[in-house]
Write a protein that binds this ligand. Sequence first.
Ligand SMILES: O=C(O)CCC(=O)C(=O)O
Length: 269
Amino acid sequence: MEGCRKASVAVFNHVDKQTFLHKVYPLRKPAVLKGIYLGTCTSKWTVDYLSTTGGNQEVKVHVASVPQMDFINKNFIYRTLPFDVFVKRAAEATHEEYFISEEEKYYLRSLGEDPRKVMDNLLIQVTGRKRVILFSPQDAPYLYLTGDKSEILDLNTPDLEKYPQFAKAQCYECQLEPGDMLFIPALWFHNTLAKEFGVGVNIFWKHLPSHFYDKTDTYGNKDPTAASRAMQILDRALKTLEELPDEYRDFYARRMVLRIQNKLYSNHI
Ligand SMILES: O=C(O)CCC(=O)C(=O)O
């Protein structure tokens, strides 16, 4: 990874629940938790075990010709496979049967399709290794967002001519080994790269009082209701500015940006 300012993710060994709740969680920063006993799954969930005991229920998987799946331009397709076939295919480097290419990559995400998150997240890496790079929500201005997703996919060699502001972002990198857990606080951007076939279990939970959330949000991936309302009002304000001639629209848009910036800065001090 290059181009951004490096930062490391804190590592905590053998933390118990109380230590996590009182020492790690309140920091609101990503943290790798090592040495927590997860039961027998870390050794048991092999490709053979999953494909023989996991059944053949049909699952809808992401299939892409490259490991970096692009959730803005959608460089992947969805295909349905029986679970056991999916597991075997995902674990092999070259496929005899395939949809796009012999070396296509597979990803099964069994909870909703929208990777946006407003909840706290514990990524439990049961098997396989994974590189994770995280960015603070405060670095959003440097990440070239479309909605809540960054356009910068190739974090190994980001195109700094196209994305010069990325140099100001702080990249928190960690390598997850089987059995590790990664605490990802709500709103933190994260990019994961599986080094090989593996299984991760994510636990999401709401960390704000329940009135902040949309009651109809089954998957828990909507923005807090006040945030959605504010975004809708902003969309309306932008639409209203379109009624003005260019010069005026530009002037008032800049004043609006300044008002938002002043508000943010005053809250930070
Ligand atoms: O599948 C992964 O590697 C990451 C999943 C995750 O953290 C998420 O969906 O927010």
